[in-house]
Design a protein around this ligand. Sequence first.
Ligand code: SF4
Length: 195
Amino acid sequence: MKAGLYIHIPFCASRCIYCGFYSTVRPELHDRYVDALCREMLLLRDRMADDPISLSTIYLGGGTPSQLSAANLHKLFAYIYKVFPVDPHAEVTMECNPDDIRRHMFSHLPVNRVSMGAQTFNDDRLRFLHRRHTANEVRRAVEGNKAQKMLFILHCYGSHFSYHQRYPREFAQAGRHPLRLGAQARASLGLRTDD
Ligand code: SF4
């Protein structure tokens, strides 16, 4: 049976003022959490022994998966690939924050899509939202990993404090901004249904 695997990484370096997702700022729990995930995957495989699955998508979401150390990310992906058969063309996505991304960071990971919270390309607005990155760091994150040929999806949510209504031009321009970063970057403009 084909399946998609979602793993939640509930850790952030700090909390953004608009965020409703669960996450905690406790890096001392990273190792224990990753160990627990690996054990859970083994249990899941045993429980599904009569109806094995193969993965066509893998998604590390959060929280901020890019807060995990390289060792923990390698361990997690090694377990996923050891425990489950994975389609060779599987879509493998990792949510990242721009300020966590280092040059060639993905070169030893099977990730082919990065889902990145850019939010806006205005530094004043980013500071107000308690984002830890600047607009420039979004550009650097994409450009420093171009060799990997992965897709960067840059999310800009207009919902935060009705930003899309207060600054409609800026919100519309955010959608075009990734075009300057080349074919590997796409924008995703989001609003909630109650906005
Ligand atoms: S980094 Fe992402 S998950 Fe963490 S608080 Fe900010 S918006 Fe929420």
